[in-house]
Design a protein around this ligand. Structure first.
Ligand code: MN
Length: 289
């Protein structure tokens, strides 16, 4: 049975995160989606294609904490440099993904890379927050640098293009990301005029962002920079590309546990939030200049 499209969400007016990320906050926020509706995803910030002029000073977000979930950054255009209080550092280049598990608590900062700062240019990115199940909220923080060369490529049915699997399984292939709950993060690159079909997990919350081009998804038009939210009814998905397009497919098994959020801390109870604030103020997340 064809899976029904619940809504096509337009990008909310952009806001700046620090001075380096001009994002449309698809959720939570403007569209008022509950954490139940988006679980295991907590936040989807989308920096649609935007041109930053060259600069001498790197734009970005200075040192800040996270605890109890994962931040996943997909860099389509431009580059982001990253430093954290566990000594991890790196540059996410165009096409790469950074999967940071904040777990028991971490400090980090996110800036345009030195190279991109100097050159300026087009910047396009997604930051996704993925919740951790209660059992894993205190896991040791870690950092997965996922280079585009490591994504698992699958040729789509009808030779409609390729699926690049970053996380989870698709058509028997497995993406490189290690995750704590069942998730799929897949980039579909479809060729103009082609149609393809595949089977999704009906009970998993599922979103599709058109990062480039436009397509029809189960009879609904998805234009560039819009987000399709699917109903949890039916499992078959059919994409038809109106033009060459890039669709970001996000799907995950809901985590059926209470979500208590205070800014960058996402736990299960108010007491755990208070504990997180205390830990942060007492320096337990480490140190980062
Ligand atoms: Mn952050």
């Amino acid at each position: 049975m064809l899976r029904q499209v619940d809504a096509i969400l337009l990008p909310p007016p952009p806001h700046m995160v620090g001075d380096g990320f001009r994002v449309h906050g698809f959720f939570p926020g403007t569209h008022r989606l509950s954490s139940y509706r988006t679980s295991p995803f907590l936040l989807l910030d989308y920096n649609s294609e935007f041109e930053f002029p060259p600069s001498d000073k790197a734009r970005g977000v200075d040192v800040h904490p996270h605890k109890g979930f994962e931040t996943v950054t997909l860099a389509f255009k431009g580059e982001v440099a990253h430093h954290d209080s566990y000594g991890n550092t790196g540059v996410i280049e165009s096409g790469d993904v950074q999967w940071m598990t904040a777990g028991s608590g971490i400090l980090h900062k996110e800036y345009h890379s030195e190279k991109f700062t100097k050159s300026g240019g087009l910047f396009q990115m997604i930051q996704l927050w993925v919740n951790l199940p209660k059992r894993d909220k205190y896991t040791k923080p870690k950092y997965q640098e996922l280079k585009k060369e490591t994504f698992q490529n699958v040729v789509l049915k009808n030779h409609a293009g390729e699926a690049k699997i970053i996380a989870g399984k698709f058509e028997g292939q497995q993406g490189p990301a290690n995750t704590f709950s069942p998730i799929q993060v897949i980039i579909f690159e479809l060729k103009k005029g082609k149609t393809t079909t595949f089977t999704s997990k009906e009970s998993w919350n599922t979103f599709i962002l058109a990062a480039e081009g436009s397509a029809e998804i189960n009879g609904q038009t998805l234009k560039t920079n819009n987000l399709a939210m699917l109903k949890n009814v039916g499992s078959e998905i059919q994409f038809t590309a109106f033009e060459d397009c890039k669709l970001v497919y996000l799907s995950g098994e809901p985590i059926d546990e209470p979500v208590v959020q205070y800014g960058p801390f996402v736990m299960n109870t108010k007491e755990e939030i208070q504990e997180s604030i205390n830990e942060f103020h007492s320096g337990k997340f480490g140190h980062l200049d």
